[in-house]
Design a protein around this ligand. Structure first.
Ligand code: ZN
Length: 389
């Protein structure tokens, strides 16, 4: 485990590293101005950061207007270590080995495999072995493993997983028997929100909504994930939008996701058109051809989702709402319908966009979480990869 403790006050070390990451490239004089620390302190901290290879010197900048020596530019060194994120869906898994700036080193993607309490640990073990065998040499090696779980998680404990049975085992303990690397279990929508915060957006307060088999959201405020008291914060698919409505896996009646998840719309579309295979691309083709039944179904979905989003806006008042859904990606007109259905004056000017990271959001979010935990930093944006802010 990395430990930034170069001074008596660890907070100053953390502040300097966070500032260097956010500035992309900077120099010691600017760091002094930005952090309020004197030049001698900056000099001590940057010397240690350079020795630990957490930052690097990347050339010479321009001299100030007053003349003098040209400053040496400093930059976060994403290649000082690596991290692993694994997304366990109910019928797939994706695993990525990243450098700390988000650059991909290796990936493993498997589809059509039902994840359960019996195969998840052997799969985890296999992934770690494959990535270790890449023998990537960095100063600090693998600094953490983040696991995306499709269900709420609180302090590495899975609370409930409606789409698979991983709640039945002590997953954190089982994974910890396999490896000594720090392991972080986290809700997948939470990770997606962190990924968007760190790698794709300039905003401080955002809600990232994932719509797949269910509907979940991650809420980030200045880099800090919101958990609530028991880790349930962001479970927006279980807001009740119809009194005595459809029965939900959670036990309630009338939850949003029983009306508006992709799984539900795919099922309704399959029944409507008598099809055995439905996905977002097939629905888009019917939609683009002007099929009225499909347009009605799509408009109905936008109405339900808009009701859910309106509730999210009045509860959290975010700067940005990001939607991650194959349906919304394939049919961008859904955003127009959504905005037409969010009429409240309280929701004026709210930005609602599709994810720029798509299926990489929760994977990059895992890296973001590992950086937070390893360095105790929160408010940072990484601009090294091409998900332009
Ligand atoms: Zn529910």
């Amino acid at each position: 485990m990395l430990n930034l403790k170069y001074n008596k006050d660890q907070k100053t070390d953390i502040l300097v590293l966070e500032t260097i990451i956010n500035q992309y490239e900077t120099n010691r004089a600017s760091l002094s101005q930005l952090t309020g620390l004197n030049k001698a302190t900056i000099s001590v901290i940057t010397k240690k950061l350079l020795e630990d290879e957490l930052i690097k010197e990347v050339g010479i900048g321009n001299a100030s207007n007053l003349g003098g020596r040209k400053p040496i530019l400093l930059k976060f060194n994403g290649m000082c270590a690596t991290s692993i994120t694994i997304d366990f869906g109910y019928n797939y898994y994706n695993a990525f080995l990243y450098y700390l700036d988000g650059r991909e080193i290796a990936s493993i993607k498997k589809k059509n495999i039902l994840i359960n309490q019996h195969n998840v640990v052997p799969i985890f073990k296999e992934i770690i072995t494959i990535f270790e065998n890449k023998k990537i040499t960095t100063k600090h090696g693998i600094i953490g493993i983040a696991i995306a779980i499709h269900g709420p998680v609180n302090n590495n404990q899975i609370l409930f997983t409606p789409s698979y049975d991983l709640e039945e085992i002590e997953l954190f303990n089982e994974f910890s028997k396999v490896t000594n690397y720090p392991i972080y279990l986290e809700n997948e929508a939470n990770l997606a929100a962190l990924g968007e915060y760190t790698f794709s957006s300039e905003y401080n307060r955002l809600v990232a909504i994932n719509m797949h088999s269910g509907i979940g959201a991650g809420i980030v405020d200045k880099g800090i994930l919101q958990y609530g008291t028991r880790g349930m914060c962001g479970e927006i698919g279980h807001q009740i939008i119809s009194i005595d409505g459809r029965r939900c896996n959670c036990g309630n009646l009338g939850c949003l996701e029983t009306y508006a998840s992709n799984k539900v719309i795919f099922k309704e579309f399959a029944d409507l058109k008598n099809l055995s295979l439905v996905n977002a691309v097939i629905i888009r083709e019917f939609f683009n051809s002007g099929d009225l039944e499909t347009i009605d179904l799509i408009k109905k979905n936008a109405k339900y989702v808009a009701t859910g989003i309106n509730n999210v806006i009045v509860l959290f008042d975010p700067e940005l709402i990001i939607i991650n859904s194959s349906l919304y990606r394939e049919i961008p007109e859904l955003f127009t319908y959504l905005k037409q259905n969010i009429k409240s004056t309280l929701a004026n000017d709210i930005k609602i966009e599709h994810s720029k990271l798509n299926e990489y959001a929760n994977l990059l979010g895992g890296l973001s979480l590992i950086l937070q935990k390893s360095f105790k930093i929160h408010q940072f944006k990484i601009q090294d990869i091409n998900y332009k802010i």
